[in-house]
Ligand binder design. Structure first.
Ligand code: NAD
Length: 351
């Protein structure tokens, strides 16, 4: 299996190197090849996503990504900004399904702003459609109407094939987990959502082992705070998923812990922590590498179909946390913290 390794900017290089150590400790037959992306690539080539990097990503079975973003390039033309690299990769590779787990290790439950008993042991997955919906629907724009008032408009749009492929991703993810799928929409108000609900419902018979339910998005936003552990997998469109996945990540209270995957129709994927390049702590050796290490575990599960190795990495991370090891971002006030490299080494030792 060929893995494209794209560390990117800021803490990207520091955290990806720890994930690589963990992958190498598993002794799998992986071929890892690294390429520059984001501001690092722009500095070298004038392009945040150089053709060689894109070619490597296309040829690989999966991509392990760090983060992009560098304040030095915040004011250059938009097409050349580091963040364009991730948008370009999603587009070029057809990555339409975004998988965002929100997991709360019992030891870290008091990092959440929500009561510990509500979130301790939380393990949910949000599957968000990434390439359609009101973010891409046409027509859109701003105009002046007949009364002389300015107005803005966007179009919510989903075709049946688009709904089917994201629903398949949701059902398949549920099969790898607790076999419960909740489809979130606004079918009581929106035509797009009504079609969404009809199509998802019609697919339930293809996955008889998965218990399918439906929920309106306003209720889902409420239930995620009231009783998040009722969910296993949530599947939803781009707009609702954007909001719900950020809400769910904050249940955990620790941005340095959360991995993500973006998949194409064949299960090839890009795996990255949900956080950015953290310029404020770059080079200090204190970034938490666990989100990236857990992204590597997701890569093994979803693109390489190696559930056993994925579970081993996750168990090793749990063990390290149970032993009380913490990077600064997840340490309590006054608690001793360890470095990025020490955390990586601790996970390798736990394996
Ligand atoms: P950020 O996620 O980089 O940082 C937010 C805060 O969380 C900072 O205080 C940072 O120190 C902390 N943090 C983040 N990851 C951490 C880790 N692993 N360990 C410990 N602390 C961590 O978000 P930001 O500051 O808004 O953005 C910084 C840059 O990253 C910007 O250029 C932004 O565009 C970019 N960004 C990139 C991605 C991506 O690559 N997918 C995602 C988000 C932001």
């Amino acid at each position: 299996m060929k893995i494209a390794v794209l560390p990117g900017d800021g803490i990207g290089a520091e955290i990806v190197v720890e994930a690589i150590k963990v992958l190498q400790a598993l002794d799998l037959k992986l071929e890892l090849e690294q390429a520059p992306v984001g501001g690092t690539a722009y500095a070298q080539t004038g392009d945040p996503l150089p053709p060689q990097t894109l070619a490597l990503a296309k040829a690989a079975d999966a991509i392990l990504f760090g983060a992009v973003g560098d304040p030095r390039y915040d004011n250059i033309e938009r097409a050349k900004r580091p963040e364009q690299a991730i948008l370009g990769l999603r587009k070029a590779l057809g990555l339409f399904a975004n998988l965002r787990p929100a997991t709360v290790h019992p030891e870290l439950a008091d990092a959440s702003t929500i009561r510990a008993d509500v979130v301790a042991g939380l393990d949910i997955l949000i599957v968000r459609e990434l390439t359609g919906d009101i973010y891409f629907g046409q027509p859109r724009g701003m105009r002046t109407n007949a009364a002389g008032d300015r107005e803005g408009f966007d179009t919510m749009h989903y075709s049946e094939p688009e709904i089917r492929r994201i629903a398949h991703a949701g059902f398949k993810a549920a099969m790898k987990r607790g076999r419960k799928l909740c489809s979130v929409d606004k079918a009581n108000v929106l035509e797009t959502s009504q079609l969404w609900r009809e199509v998802v419902s019609s697919m339930a018979s293809e996955y008889p082992e998965v218990a399918l339910s439906h929920m309106y998005v306003d209720n889902a936003a409420m239930q995620l705070i009231r009783n998040p552990k009722q969910f296993d997998v949530i599947v939803t469109g781009n707009l609702f998923g954007d909001i719900l996945s950020d809400e769910a990540s904050m249940l955990t209270g620790s941005i340095g812990m959360l991995p993500s995957a973006s998949l194409d129709v064949n299960g090839k994927g890009l795996y990255e922590p949900i956080h950015g390049s953290a310029p404020d702590i770059t080079g200090k050796g204190i970034a938490n590498p666990l989100a990236t290490i857990l992204s590597a575990a997701m890569m093994l599960r979803y693109s390489l179909n190696d559930e056993a190795s994925a579970a081993r990495i996750e168990a090793a991370v749990s063990k390290v946390l149970r032993a009380g090891l913490r990077t600064a971002d997840i340490a309590r006030a006054g608690e001793r913290s360890i470095s990025t490299a020490e955390m990586g080494a601790a996970v390798v030792a736990a394996l």
